[in-house]
Design a protein around this ligand. Structure first.
Ligand code: GRF
Length: 210
């Protein structure tokens, strides 16, 4: 089967990016990261990509309209002929232009069990603090297709993580992040195998033989 070509969009440290690179290098995922784009010039994720010989591009979003920034990104992405776009800690909202262009081939990872603790302003430690404040006994992480809602697109896979009595937002984030590093490559592998079928709000995971 063909190795799928992956573009990863990042704004931060890029540990999730690293998990995709590692899984593709050791063959756990039949995919190759061919492009990494960041809207933050100093994002360590860009450095990680370069260390692995992957093209890493900073595309500034300053002093331009969102649409203009997205057109610039789309121009680069399309040149690389990618099969899937992975948002891995990409902290910028898209306009419908970008979302419609890549619907069904753009996925995002979120550090909670969606639809809980997602949406506008829910990023970083705020997500985990919200889970603790709410008193839930489990949280976790979700990978979903990106649609025009924030964190609301069809869910592909999720992993639950138990909340411990003495958890802080930081300790919970740390445990969930470890699971993210397993879950995101898994979702990409399912995509690579052609096993994800979007049916309305649901994503059907086809059997290997289907
Ligand atoms: C992760 O928690 C991810 O779920 C969220 O942003 C964080 C990115 O972390 N979308 P990293 O940059 O991959 O380390």
């Amino acid at each position: 089967m063909k190795r799928i070509r992956v573009a990863v969009l990042v704004s931060g440290g890029g540990t999730n990016l690293q998990s995709i690179i590692d899984a593709s290098e050791n063959g756990r995922v039949n995919a190759e990261v061919v492009l990494v784009i960041s809207n933050i010039e100093s994002a360590y994720a860009l450095e990680r990509a370069r260390k692995h010989g992957i093209d890493a591009v900073f595309i500034s979003d300053k002093k331009k309209k969102r649409r203009e920034h997205e057109e610039e990104m789309a121009e680069v992405i399309d040149r690389y002929n990618v099969d899937i776009i992975v948002l891995a800690g990409y902290l910028k909202m898209f306009t419908p232009f970008f979302i419609r262009r890549y619907y069904g081939k753009m996925i995002n990872i979120h550090p909670a069990l969606l639809p809980l603790f997602g949406g506008e302003g829910m990023y970083g430690l705020k997500v985990h603090q919200a889970a603790l404040d709410c008193g839930v006994k489990v949280s976790g992480c979700s990978v979903h297709f990106v649609d025009e809602s924030i964190d609301g697109g069809p869910i592909i896979v999720q992993k639950a993580v138990k909340i411990e009595e003495d958890d802080s937002a930081e300790t919970l984030a740390e445990r969930i992040l470890k699971e993210e590093h397993i879950l995101l490559p898994k979702a990409i592998e399912l995509f690579a195998e052609g096993r994800l079928k979007i049916e309305g709000r649901r994503v059907k995971i086809l059997k290997k033989s289907d």
